[in-house]
Design a protein around this ligand. Structure first.
Ligand code: HEC
Length: 388
């Protein structure tokens, strides 16, 4: 199949572009009350649950660039009704998630690399539910709930375009094939071709790097590649295979809101904090755990408390053109994103001190020799990230 490198940027939904489209739509509606933009249908409005077809509140789209995603609740998970403080009868929850760029999807998704999620001891199922969830070695969307691009497209057609009949398989295949032609750079396209052809040697997709960028690449390979993929494991979403295992595919890097108040995390702004809901989770032993979060992540696929706010690792190629970052667009810039990792690495080190440092921070559990970025390394890392 012929692949095209597509100019980046046209497929990214930012708060600014959502706001501009919203303003343009309001202007058009002054002359034509039937003017339409498929981004602003009632089903994607904040107040759809309450107002249905009359919903008009698009705050999450225009302030945060986030889309409403409705997820069914696992049997052991209840939402707490804010009015009464008691578990509610709701059977699904509204979450607000960033639209992932379609570029480079040819090198994301499932990768078949060990360890299979979750690593470690088998989990007890709760109320008979699958304790591991779907796509245990990667998938599509922030929680990897879709195993194929066809499933992903079908989900979007039902949830957002509100189709009522089953979309034809051929159309889903065409959509998947088209997306797999979209790359952030010719280098990534060459890499994708090598991976898809089953080759065991991979071209490095980086463009030519100056000295600072090369220093940044060294920092990246030490501090980020263990989760985001590096030279010998280039899918861009799977941990570098040269690192001591197990480094699994899914992680809670504390991006949901509210954030921990320790370790130097920036508090979430109110526009994101307001998306948090309180949940009651029934554990395997029948006791309750209460949490308040804007996004329970893979917990909604398994009911397992250990999956709370656990997300798939995002691919980083072309990242300089796709701000803001994380599943809730909570980091406005690459600098803010690095501030977040400083706090995250500090937290994990505090909670799992030597000799129990996890593999993404340490090769032996004793010393932090991976997941950290020294202040003096920041400029180089940022320079490299802008070249990815
Ligand atoms: C423990 C594994 C882990 C490590 C180490 C790690 N990341 Fe991540 N990264 C993730 C996960 C999981 C996500 C998705 C989180 C979310 O969306 O909320 C992510 C998301 C991101 C994003 C957002 C991408 C987007 O399109 O929104 C960026 C940028 C990023 N990481 C950069 C880095 C950099 C730079 C480093 C090294 C300093 C790093 N990561 C280290 C797991 C990791």
């Amino acid at each position: 199949m012929r692949r095209l490198s597509h100019p980046i940027g046209e497929f990214q939904l930012s708060p600014a572009s959502a706001r501009a489209r919203f303003d343009a739509l309001q202007e058009k509606r002054e002359h034509n009350k039937n003017a339409d933009d498929p981004l602003f249908r009632p089903v994607d409005a904040d107040d759809f649950r309450i107002n249905g077809a009359d919903a008009i509140d698009f705050s999450n789209l225009v302030e945060n660039g986030l889309i409403r995603v409705t997820m069914p609740l696992p049997m052991n998970v209840k939402l707490i009704d804010p009015a009464t403080g008691q578990p509610s009868e709701e059977t699904s929850v509204d979450l607000w998630r960033a639209v992932m760029p379609v570029l480079n999807v040819a090198i994301t998704g499932s990768d078949g690399v060990l360890p299979i999620w979750p690593p470690g001891a088998p989990r007890p199922p709760i109320m008979g539910q699958d304790p591991n969830g779907p796509n245990r070695q990667g998938g599509y969307q922030h929680d990897a709930r879709f195993g194929t691009l066809q499933e992903q497209a079908r989900g979007a057609l039902f949830a957002h375009a509100e189709v009522s009949v089953e979309p034809p398989t051929g159309m889903l295949d065409d959509l998947a094939a088209f997306q797999q032609t979209l790359f952030s750079s010719p280098g990534v396209e060459l890499l994708a071709n090598a991976i898809l052809s089953g080759s065991t040697s991979f071209p490095d997709p980086d463009p030519e790097l100056d000295e600072l960028e090369q220093e940044g690449k060294v920092v990246f390979n030490r501090a980020c590649a263990q989760c985001h993929g590096g030279a010998l494991h280039p899918s861009g979403t799977t941990g570098e295979t040269t690192f001591v295992r197990p480094i699994a595919r899914y992680h809670n890097i504390q991006t949901a809101c509210p954030r921990p108040t320790t370790d130097g995390f920036a508090p979430c702004p109110q526009r994101l904090e307001r998306n948090a809901r309180a949940y009651r989770i029934t554990r395997a032993d029948g006791t309750f755990q209460f949490v308040t979060t804007s996004d329970p992540g893979r917990l909604l696929l398994t009911g397992q408390p250990a999956d709370l706010s656990v997300m798939d690792v995002t691919q980083l190629r072309g990242i300089s053109k796709t701000a803001p970052y994380f599943h809730n667009n909570s980091a406005a810039s690459l600098e803010e994103m690095l501030d977040h990792y400083d706090a995250f690495f500090a937290r994990v080190t505090r909670l799992n001190p030597p000799p129990n440092l996890p593999p993404f921070l340490s090769s032996n559990g004793l010393v932090v020799d991976r997941g950290f970025v020294a202040t003096g390394e920041r400029a180089a890392l940022l320079a490299y990230l802008r070249k990815l």
